[in-house]
Design a protein around this ligand. Structure first.
Ligand SMILES: [Zn+2]
Length: 309
């Protein structure tokens, strides 16, 4: 049984229960007069939970007509190709820089395998290609019409070079994927999601400014759920992106291995972040995500150093 959260008129947040963990990966269901739209349907390993969410929403899996991707990372887009194959009428919306990797995922899967290795099937399940005829390629600035709904598209790099956000105009909610970071439904602070390889600070701030300029009613995060205190969330997030990136840069001067530096960073941040929280809140701070952000920021600084050398 999934716990569907009502987000706005005809829009709900489903919990994909990734690896049986509640509130790790969200998907968003949007009712339209042109069938069901799903924003970031998640990985194939969460197929059962996705189907249950669709049923709980009062629809059937065959009703999915539109899959809107914020970006193509496996935790957001892994099942898109499978859904598209099962329903030839389904369309998959994706930024132009992500589209080629959906049509031919070989390189995407190769780089994921370098990180996850034998854990790939357990973590993410299969990843099927999307028939290019089913792709709707986005550049940002578009206004999509899906049934009676109007969605604005913004190109929002920073977390990934092919990241977009969507504003649903009638309700004012913004589907922001990972560029607006992570939070929880339990009063934990805004945290960056900064895994390798695309982290870019110069690109990130304008993306957050663009989202703020929409003045959204809520930010719909993938990790995890709706955030209503939009301005405070974005401000805290940017402050923490800066402080984390500077801490990572400072750590690069030490003589330890990357694994040791990432562990030290994750332990220190976890202790700092959880010190003011109750144990019930603290479980919603994900050490693995903090640790992976060390690698994302480290790669950013190293690339910058190489470019300047
Ligand atoms: Zn993600």
């Amino acid at each position: 049984m999934t716990a569907l959260r009502h987000v706005a008129d005809g829009i709900a947040c489903g919990d994909l229960m990734h690896l049986e963990r509640p509130e790790a990966i969200a998907t968003y269901l949007v009712e339209t007069r042109d069938g069901l739209a799903v924003v970031d349907p998640g990985p194939s390993s969460c197929r059962d939970a996705l189907q249950q969410a669709v049923l709980d929403f009062g629809a059937a899996p065959g009703d999915i007509r539109h899959v809107l991707l914020t970006h193509i990372h496996l935790d957001h887009a892994g099942i898109a190709g499978t859904l598209a194959r099962e329903n030839p009428q389904l369309r998959v919306y994706v930024h132009a820089r992500g589209a080629p990797h959906l049509a031919d995922p070989a390189r995407l899967l190769e780089s994921a395998r370098r990180i996850y290795q034998d854990e790939m099937p357990r973590l993410w399940g299969s990843f099927e290609r999307v028939d290019p005829g089913q792709l709707i390629v986005l550049h940002g600035e578009e206004r999509l019409t899906i049934g009676e709904r109007r969605l604005r598209v913004a190109y929002t790099p920073g977390h990934a070079w092919h990241h977009v956000c969507y504003l649903e105009e009638s309700t004012g909610v913004a589907f922001v994927g990972d560029v607006a970071g992570e939070a929880s439904q339990h009063g934990t602070p805004a945290l960056p999601a900064a895994p390798p390889p695309d982290i870019d600070l110069e690109a990130w701030k304008p993306s957050l400014d663009l989202i703020a300029a929409w003045g959204p009613e809520a930010l719909l995060l993938t990790h995890f759920g709706p955030v209503r205190h939009v301005v405070a969330h974005l401000d805290t997030l940017w402050d923490r992106i800066i402080s984390w990136s500077l801490a990572v840069r400072a750590s690069l001067a030490s003589g330890e291995s990357d694994d040791a530096r990432a562990d030290a960073f994750a332990d220190a941040e976890l202790a700092r972040l959880t010190s003011g929280l109750t144990p019930e809140q603290a479980v919603h701070i994900d050490r693995d995500s903090i640790r992976s952000s060390w690698f994302g920021f480290a790669r950013y600084w190293r690339k910058k150093a190489e470019a300047g050398a």
